[in-house]
Design a protein around this ligand. Structure first.
Ligand SMILES: CC(C)(COP(=O)(O)OP(=O)(O)OC[C@H]1O[C@@H](n2cnc3c(N)ncnc32)[C@H](O)[C@@H]1OP(=O)(O)O)[C@@H](O)C(=O)NCCC(=O)NCCS
Length: 154
């Protein structure tokens, strides 16, 4: 398993191969709406971590420095056949470390209330729920917000 930051050559692979296999997550949906991953990543100053298996992308995690002192996790996705092997956890740990090095006070993230995998992923690395937006998603689900304070980063 190979673990690296996004390069320009990876963009079409991520867009065409992986996003279609992940289903719903925040980044792939945004890009489907706006149609161009490179533009979106550049405009929003996103960082992307990839995991590859034999040269094929099987997972990604996107994050950004939202403003001074505040990091944001944008989204993550791992291909179905590679889930529950610690891939997302490893990528999220790396993103946390990277944001920590950028002098953040806290990192926040969000998911929807029925996404048990994502909730567990965040909680296992110390994120705490701090806010719920009730029924704010098109299907009537609520959005949960998580925060990881600088002092709680292990
Ligand atoms: C959420 C997602 C990225 C997790 O990826 P993953 O590589 O399977 O996660 P990991 O193997 O690193 O697991 C991280 C933790 O979550 C737990 N976990 C993973 N999948 C789980 C599930 N379906 N139910 C409950 N817990 C789960 C693991 O046991 C692990 O906890 P632990 O370290 O305490 O044992 C993956 O399920 C996915 O791509 N989902 C679809 C897209 C999505 O929902 N993205 C997140 C919203 S932005």
């Amino acid at each position: 398993m190979d673990f690296q930051y996004l390069s320009k050559e990876d963009i079409p692979k991520l867009e065409n191969e992986l996003f279609s296999k992940i289903g719903k997550d925040f980044l792939s949906r945004r890009v489907q709406k706006r149609r161009n991953l490179l533009d979106y990543v550049t405009k929003k100053n996103l960082f992307l971590i990839l995991t590859k298996e034999k040269g094929v992308i099987v997972g990604y995690l996107a994050y950004k420095l939202e403003k001074k002192g505040v990091g944001k996790i944008i989204g993550a996705g791992v291909e179905l056949n590679f889930r529950k092997r610690g891939i997302a956890k490893k990528m999220l740990k790396q993103a946390i470390q990277d944001l920590y090095n950028k002098k953040i006070d806290y990192i926040y993230s969000r998911t929807w209330e029925t996404n048990l995998a994502s909730i567990k992923l965040h909680e296992t690395l110390g994120f705490k729920k701090y806010r719920t937006f009730k029924n704010d998603r098109v299907n009537g689900e609520s959005t949960i917000y998580f925060r990881l304070m600088k002092g709680d980063i292990q």
